[in-house]
Design a protein around this ligand. Structure first.
Ligand SMILES: N[C@@H](CCC(=O)N[C@@H](CS)C(=O)NCC(=O)O)C(=O)O
Length: 119
């Protein structure tokens, strides 16, 4: 597996944490958004949204969206499980994850900060 990601990206962090918890080896491919590398042609071919992270599977499939990547890893490598065994526990974990990934993170993203600085 290959992970196109940025060391300071919280979405990349999420995926790296899941990979480490599961003990999976992967190739770390750096993409530097602050230097604009996520908008270059080479990365656009990998991620049409121009965001990090992107997971490249051993079969060559490209996956974006950190939460979807983590879910994929958990399905492919169920142990150790990332979610609790009970439905209420799973809902609580997902609620916490979505609070960060859906409500907090989009507001402090690079493109939002650039827009705010320009306007
Ligand atoms: N919802 C996406 C968010 C990905 C994302 O926003 N990544 C940021 C870095 S943390 C990015 O690529 N930003 C580039 C930009 O805002 O132009 C996910 O969870 O993967």
């Amino acid at each position: 597996m290959k992970l196109h990601n940025y060391f300071r990206s919280s979405a990349s962090f999420r995926v790296r944490i899941a990979l480490e918890l599961k003990g999976l080896t992967y190739e770390y491919l750096p993409v530097h958004p602050v230097k604009g590398e996520h908008r270059q042609e080479a990365y656009a071919a990998i991620s049409p949204s121009g965001m990090v992270p992107t997971l490249e599977t051993d079969e060559g499939e490209l996956l974006g969206q950190s939460m979807a990547i983590i879910e994929y890893l958990d399905e492919q490598h169920p142990q150790p499980a990332l979610l609790p065994g009970d439905a209420i526990g799973r809902a609580q974990v997902r609620a916490l994850a979505q609070l960060i990934s859906c409500d907090i993170h989009p507001l402090n993203n690079l493109r939002v900060l650039k827009y705010r600085c320009a306007n």
